[in-house]
Design a protein around this ligand. Structure first.
Ligand SMILES: Nc1ncnc2c1ncn2[C@@H]1O[C@H](COP(=O)(O)OP(=O)(O)OP(=O)(O)O)[C@@H](O)[C@H]1O
Length: 698
């Protein structure tokens, strides 16, 4: 039994979408098969610590890029439109949420979990820390002994010299050990910190790259980069350097207080009355600081995002003469950062002012009370000196602990943003699903009753019950007015987005059942404005290969020759090793396109999605690009967004998009014959006919 869906105005068999009900059954069977492990190809992502991710989610690494996302509607083509702060979509990351005043236990566990792979190094560092702190804290006691030796040996200079010398030699040895232990601690902590940050960055980057394209529509690049660079560094520092400083502060404060009680319990009880109010102050301060630090990070992320977007599109900024206004906008953002930083500075100033004052009062009270005790012979001068030094150390340690606490809170703030990102599950998997044997892939494409709206603009549907069939090995030209959804068709075929309803079928398989990674490895794309990466031409071409390691220099040269790129590449002084600049900015439009064609050729895809170059190219470049494209299209299923009459004429069929569906479909001459038809009107409007007439006259 056959169910036929004919698109309105479609007069050619190609556009007749036949959806056999038995095929439906086959599809559901395939879907079940896809779910079975036999049909799944799940590849472990390597190089990233799986402990960073929730257990429910397998952590897999990126495969070499198989497909070229050149015609993604999200890619930065010229002309460039900037996201204004007012119109910007809210970011998905948790910056917009209020900073909670308490740290959830699972956040603490998670942040400590980051240090697990470094536990041995960190344990050794803590061992060295204990040694160096013990040395530091024993110093006042022994220095007190030195003072007492000086004051109590009276006129017996020989005895004093002997005991003073032995004491000083012993202390020198102890201090040297302390210095070595301290150096070892700093080294181990730094290395562990860098390793933790490296792992965290790899995880965050990998998580970002696995997200579906809609995620990148919602989140700004600058904000994501900020998570990747700044937040990871803050988290890394908070559990290494900062943790070490915190532990040292606690250990030294505890040892200092014990020694104060050992030297003079009555003086110690008197002085330490000041500690409880100071601790309460430190906790309150830490909370405030955490909240302000989080807002400062958010504001900074926004400023970074703006700078990143403007700098990477500098040509557009210059062309519109917007340098000054962009500087003003950026300054406004940094002013906001400054106002938050001012609040933070005010808080810090107040806190450190109070702690400094308390420290001085502590010393003053020690000297006052200690002087009285000395006068009553309850203390020696050496003991009082030791006590004063311990008091100073305890004061320094408490101040160190409060800065440790505030840094730790900053770390939790940055961590909470990272967890939200790391925990985000992509809406559809990158590397799961059915993989067809190579000989089974013919390349027939079918859109059956497809309805779709972009996730960020659900209220504006792009397609409603769209039907289209591209038989394997044929070329279909897609035409339509601007915004009719031509590029969206390409995005759906690449499965950058999923349809809201209806199915896209490739060789009888629902695209959602196919492994997206595998699927994209068989689809080549070349857009009007191909994006190249800032490495050499050789590497840019190799980027297209599914297995870059298997690519030989001869393969690259062959692809470049077929793409009409070999000669101009060889004319560069560095030939194939020429670096093309960011997004290929050092090349002309036509050169970029021919390199992109070579890149697609190396991939040798079964299905080609092309966005033909417009008249932006000069006639020689246009000819070379056109010729290269024609060679690329040979023997493949091609969906081409056509801008030229010659392409439309040479295609096996033409589909006209209008009103969220395929309005007309058929061979070029057939569609042109319909005087009232949309295609005819479109051609007239786009001056294709005039172009043809001009040619006929020549
Ligand atoms: N990522 C996106 N998020 C939301 N809307 C989008 C997105 N990309 C495109 N659109 C919208 O979808 C519609 C179709 O866009 P599409 O790029 O597919 O049109 P097109 O026919 O290729 O246009 P053109 O010929 O001008 O390139 C447009 O209204 C566009 O604004």
């Amino acid at each position: 039994m056959w169910l036929s869906i004919r698109t309105s105005g479609c007069s050619h068999g190609v556009c007749l979408t036949r959806l056999r009900l038995t095929q439906h059954r086959r599809l559901s069977l395939d879907r079940r098969l896809a779910n079975s492990s036999a049909h799944r190809r799940t590849t472990q992502w390597s190089g990233v610590s799986s402990s960073l991710l929730p257990a429910s989610r397998p952590f897999t690494s990126l495969q070499p890029y198989g497909s070229l996302y050149l015609h993604s509607p999200t890619s930065t083509h010229t002309p460039v439109a900037f996201a204004s702060s007012s119109s910007a979509q809210p970011a998905e990351t948790p910056e917009k949420s209020q900073a909670p005043n308490s740290v959830p236990v699972q956040d603490v566990r998670r942040i400590l979990g980051l240090a697990r792979p470094e536990r041995w190094r960190l344990s050794a560092a803590i061992g060295f820390l204990t040694v160096s702190s013990a040395v530091t804290m024993s110093a006042p006691f022994f220095l007190g002994k030195v003072i007492d030796t000086i004051f109590t040996t009276g006129t017996d200079t020989e005895a004093m010299t002997a005991s003073l010398t032995s004491l000083c030699i012993m202390l020198t040895g102890v201090f040297l050990c302390g210095a070595a232990a301290n150096a070892a601690r700093v080294y181990l902590m730094q290395i562990s910190g860098q390793r933790i940050v490296r792992n965290l960055r790899a995880s965050v980057f990998s998580t970002i790259l696995r997200q579906e394209v809609a995620f990148f529509d919602r989140n700004r690049t600058g904000e994501l980069i900020n998570r990747l660079s700044a937040d990871t560094a803050i988290v890394g520092r908070s559990i290494t350097d900062n943790l070490s400083d915190g532990l040292r502060a606690v250990a030294q404060a505890a040892a200092g207080v014990s020694m104060m009680f050992y030297v003079s319990p009555s003086l110690a009880s008197f002085v330490l009355m000041i500690v409880p109010p100071m601790s309460i102050l430190a906790v309150i301060y830490g909370r405030y600081l955490r909240s302000i630090a989080k807002h400062t990070q958010d504001a900074l992320a926004q400023a970074t995002q703006l700078a990143e977007e403007r700098i990477s599109n500098m040509r557009t900024v210059r062309a519109f003469g917007k340098e000054l206004s962009e500087v003003n906008t950026y300054t406004q953002k940094t002013d906001h950062v400054l106002s938050l930083a001012r609040k933070e500075a005010f808080l810090r100033a107040g806190f450190f002012g109070v702690t400094g004052l308390s420290g001085n009062f502590m010393i003053l009270s020690v000297l006052f009370k200690g002087g009285l005790l000395m006068a009553n012979h309850h203390m020696t001068v050496g003991e009082l000196s030791s006590f004063v030094m311990y008091t100073l150390w305890v004061g320094i340690s408490i101040a160190g602990f409060s800065s440790f606490y505030s840094e730790l809170m900053k770390g939790f703030g940055a961590g909470s943003r990272l967890w939200e990102l790391l925990d985000r599950k992509p809406e559809f998997p990158l590397d799961e699903g059915l993989v067809l044997p190579p000989d089974q892939l013919k390349g027939q494409l079918e859109f059956c009753d497809v309805s779709f709206a972009y996730p960020t603009r659900k209220e504006a549907p792009i397609f409603q019950n769209l039907n289209l069939l591209v038989p394997a090995g044929t070329v279909m030209a897609v035409v339509g007015s601007s915004g009719s959804g031509k590029s969206t068709l390409v995005s759906l075929l690449l499965r950058l987005y999923d349809t809201d309803s209806g199915v896209i079928i490739i060789d009888g398989h629902d695209i959602r059942d196919l492994n997206p990674y595998w699927l994209r490895s068989h689809i080549g794309t070349v857009s009007q404005e191909p994006v190249l990466f800032s490495f050499s031409i050789r590497d840019n071409i190799t980027y297209g290969a599914v297995d870059p390691d298997a690519v030989t220099t001869e393969d690259i040269y062959r692809a470049a020759r077929v793409a009409n790129a070999y000669d101009f590449i060889q004319d560069f002084p560095k030939g194939f090793d020429t670096v093309v600049g960011e997004k290929g900015v050092l090349l002309s439009g036509g050169q970029k396109q021919r390199i992109a064609i070579a890149r697609a050729l190396l991939k040798n895809p079964k299905i080609l999605l092309l966005d033909e170059a417009t008249s932006a190219l000069d006639s020689e470049n246009e000819f070379l690009v056109q010729e290269a494209l024609e060679r690329l299209m040979e023997g493949r299923t091609v969906l081409i967004i056509a801008h030229r009459l010659s392409t439309i004429k040479n295609a096996n069929s033409v589909a006209v998009l209008d009103q969220r569906r395929v309005a007309e479909c058929g061979q070029h001459m057939e569609l042109l014959g319909n005087r009232e038809g949309l295609f005819r009107k479109l051609m007239e409007k786009q001056a294709f006919l005039q172009e043809e007439q001009k040619r006929a006259l020549r």
